[in-house]
Design a protein around this ligand. Structure first.
Ligand SMILES: [Mg+2]
Length: 212
């Protein structure tokens, strides 16, 4: 049986750092050109990951995409999900995450990092909850406290989001709140995040409103 995420590490998480290539995607990129010769880069993303990210945000967690490969596709996906995307050419991710921690007033214990390749190791080594996707290289898998059964670009982030929220005891309330929001009559005002979720996440949003 696949082991759950350790509850103690899960409950300390305030910031989820997601790699893009190989985690939100299968690592493939389509390179080509538009009709007028402009370079075009396309990535294939898994739509089910999106709701996973949204539920993490509803739970009061910060989610940041950190990529070593600047790409319009990554920025578009982050914008769709309403999360930040930091791109660091050369894949030096450690200073990026250190800046995030300073900005949010967090320490490494509060970081969950989902990774597939060596570029993530400096962050993974320090994160309180290091996670590898199923397709991660051996060095990353060896460092991870938890490994998804799904590969990157095929629901790995959704699987991680659900498991993290289950380990925190928040999954059921979040799904209930999500369904309630979906069943809301058209004329009723939107509530995002719904009251039930704010209540469930109360006390864990200590830094969430400060830097909104
Ligand atoms: Mg990667």
């Amino acid at each position: 049986m696949h082991e759950p995420i350790p509850a103690d590490a899960a409950r300390r998480v305030r910031l989820v750092v997601l790699d893009v290539d190989g985690v939100l995607t299968d690592g493939g990129v389509y390179l080509g050109g538009s009709g007028n010769g402009e370079p075009v880069e396309l990535k294939r993303l898994d739509i089910t990951d999106g709701l996973g990210v949204k539920l993490l945000v509803w739970a009061g967690l910060r989610v940041v995409l950190v990529s070593g490969r600047p790409s319009v596709a990554s920025r578009l996906r982050a914008a769709e999900l309403g999360v930040e995307c930091v791109e660091e050419e050369g894949a030096r991710k450690l200073p990026v995450v250190e800046r995030l921690l300073a900005r949010f007033g967090l320490d490494w214990d509060a970081v969950a990092c989902v990774s597939d390749d060596l570029a993530d190791l400096p962050v993974l080594r320090r994160a309180g909850l290091p996670v590898a996707v199923a397709n991660a290289v051996p060095e990353v898998r060896a460092r991870a406290r938890w490994i998804t059964t799904r590969p990157g670009g095929h629901g790995a982030v959704r699987e991680f989001a659900e498991e993290l929220l289950r380990a925190r005891g928040e999954w059921t309330a979040l799904v209930d709140a999500y369904l309630k929001e979906r069943e809301r009559p058209e004329e009723a005002p939107a509530a995002a995040p719904p009251r039930a979720v704010r209540t469930a996440a109360a006390g864990r949003r200590n830094d969430a409103d400060r830097d909104g």
